[in-house]
Design a protein around this ligand. Structure first.
Ligand SMILES: [Zn+2]
Ligand SMILES: [Zn+2]
Length: 190
């Protein structure tokens, strides 16, 4: 059994949903093989997908690194479009986590996976109503490697679909980026 929290495609909306958020009445298909899935309902952490008619696909048992990375980008995109992401950076002085404001998502905006030309592709880019870049996201496995002429949030993949930190009050997923900044208490000493 994979220890990663992977998702599937909701057949009605054609949108990605992570196993953390799937709902029993919905119909899902597998990202790996396109076949129909059955949701085995349990407590959020323990529910799982199985393939209908025992279709031999290893997506949920043994996804490749490429599949896990693609899933992480879709998960991040779906969470931002549902306004369920809280981003944090680290204070340069006191090392406290400080909130990074993300604009509220609405349907004038868009989030594009693998944006740009192949040699300068960004994992996820947040665009405003005029298709101007608000910010970008890099989901990295070992070391972050991307650069951009806009605000770039670099997030370790483990936080997205392995060790998910969810705020119980807001139901938002909390992600710590590599950004170093000054928190409100330290900004005066900077
Ligand atoms: Zn499959
Ligand atoms: Zn500080």
């Amino acid at each position: 059994m994979s220890q990663y929290y992977l998702g599937a495609i909701n057949k009605d909306t054609n949108e990605y949903e992570n196993i953390f958020y799937v709902q029993k009445p919905n119909q899902y298909k597998c990202i790996g093989c396109d076949q129909d899935l059955i949701l085995r309902k349990g407590q959020a952490k323990f529910q799982s997908f199985v393939h209908k008619n025992g279709f031999p696909c290893n997506y949920f048992k043994n996804a490749t690194q490429v599949q896990i990375l693609a899933d992480a980008k879709m998960f991040l995109r779906s969470m931002i479009t549902n306004n369920k992401v809280e981003l944090f950076g680290t204070c340069k002085i006191c090392m406290a986590n400080c909130k990074i404001n993300l604009p509220v998502y609405d349907n004038t905006k868009s989030l594009v996976i693998d944006h740009g030309l192949p040699e300068e592709q960004m994992d996820l880019v947040y665009l405003d109503a005029d298709n101007k870049v608000i910010c970008g996201f890099e989901v990295f496995e070992n070391n972050p490697s991307k650069q951009a002429g806009y605000e770039l949030h670099q997030i370790y993949i483990i936080q997205i679909n392995y060790q998910i930190t969810r705020n119980f009050a807001t139901q938002k997923i909390e992600l710590l980026t590599r950004k170093r900044m000054y928190c409100p208490n330290c900004v005066h000493h900077a």
